[in-house]
Design a protein around this ligand. Structure first.
Ligand code: ATP
Ligand code: MG
Length: 154
């Protein structure tokens, strides 16, 4: 009997759309760009080391797949097709399946949640990110797309 395919879950959503909360609810340990910023710079909001953070995330995903992880979760905004491509490509190299998890939460709700939390992303930055957001499509190479709708409770 062949074992089920490994899976890479690519989260897609604006800041404050609820990605990390959803992951915590599932009790999984994600590959998180914010966690790496914290490890490398003592500051999860440091945006000056983007290249290093994402090179390390890709390396970590490859290691997880080599170690046989059944499921890996990429906790980053992954707003564009181009940003998602890197994860799908790595999954393909290992014969793993990519699944998008799309946080379909309106900008207004994200702005509200963002304003109420400790680490506040500037509203102008949120607006320009919302313009860049391209919802994931199967044609990108995802085996499935899960949609997480806006809900009132995390
Ligand atoms: N379903 C929900 N209903 C109401 N509030 C929520 C929900 N999900 C998350 N929140 C709240 O919204 C805020 C942002 O959530 P979270 O940190 O999970 O977002 P995120 O997508 O991980 O953001 P970032 O990309 O900046 O890391 C938190 O204060 C969280 O408690
Ligand atoms: Mg988060």
């Amino acid at each position: 009997m062949s074992s089920p395919r490994q899976r890479v879950y690519v989260l897609v959503g604006l800041p404050a759309s609820g990605k990390s909360t959803w992951l915590a609810g599932r009790g999984v340990t994600p590959l998180s760009s914010d966690a790496l910023r914290l490890l490398l710079r003592d500051n999860e909001a440091d945006q000056t080391i983007h290249g290093v953070v994402f090179a390390l995330l890709r390396r970590l995903l490859r290691l997880r797949l080599e170690l046989g992880a059944a499921a890996s979760y990429i906790d980053a905004t992954n707003l564009t097709r181009r940003e998602r491509r890197q994860w799908i490509k790595i999954a393909d190299w290992y014969g793993a399946e990519s699944v998008a998890v799309y946080f379909d939460v309106p900008l207004a709700v994200c702005l509200e949640r963002n304003a109420a939390r400790q680490r506040v992303v500037p509203a102008e930055a949120m607006e320009s990110l919302a313009k860049r957001l391209a919802p994931p499509e199967l044609a990108e190479g995802f085996a499935a797309i899960e949609v997480v709708p806006t809900s009132t409770r995390p």
